[in-house]
Design a protein around this ligand. Structure first.
Ligand code: S3P
Length: 168
């Protein structure tokens, strides 16, 4: 039984698309934390933000992390904010998970996120500035939370292969 491989990083860094592919290559189950929360609540992440605010979302996210961290042998895609909270990092580590930071440079993230219509934190005026400020605040926290940083600007299948090879 192996600990989970937990993917963290900024919105749009490819946690879900890389995670799905890596799980397949490594013959592990895949779990997307946001989708897990959506299924449990019967609501989309955007609806949870609308009804309960960001704080309400973070409570539900922390509860989901505690549940998933107890499982083994999975690839887990976090949300962009998950590992900013030390309790979540601790829960993954307590479950013997390895946290990987998918590092994508800011210009590539700006490009990937420019047309986004679903992420609640980005539905604001001057999106480029919002993204740049969040990126600056969050990068050191991703690095601190992660056991390993993976350069992730390449296509998802290439990054997934890199991850699978690192765990052979
Ligand atoms: C968030 C990122 C989202 C989702 C929520 C909050 C964040 O996940 O969890 O909207 O704080 O960065 P993705 O990174 O998958 O978009």
């Amino acid at each position: 039984m192996d600990g989970n491989i937990v993917l963290c990083g900024f919105m749009g860094c490819g946690k879900t698309s890389v995670g799905k592919r890596a799980a397949k290559l490594m013959n592990r189950k895949f779990c997307d934390l946001d989708q897990y929360i959506e299924r449990k609540e019967g609501l989309k992440v955007s609806q949870i933000f609308e009804r309960f605010g960001e704080a309400g979302f973070r409570e539900r996210e922390a509860a989901a992390v505690r549940e998933i961290a107890e499982k083994t042998n999975m690839v887990v895609a976090c949300g962009g904010g998950t590992v900013l909270f030390p309790d979540n990092v601790q829960a993954f580590h307590a479950g013997k998970g390895t946290i990987l930071y998918l590092d994508v440079p800011l210009p590539a993230l700006q490009e990937r996120l420019k047309g986004d219509r679903k992420r609640p934190l980005l539905q604001k005026p001057n999106r480029r500035k919002v993204i740049a400020e969040l990126y600056e605040q969050r990068c050191p926290l991703y690095q601190a939370a992660a056991d390993l940083t993976v350069e992730a600007g390449a296509p998802a299948c290439v990054v997934a292969k890199r991850i699978a090879e690192a765990f052979l």
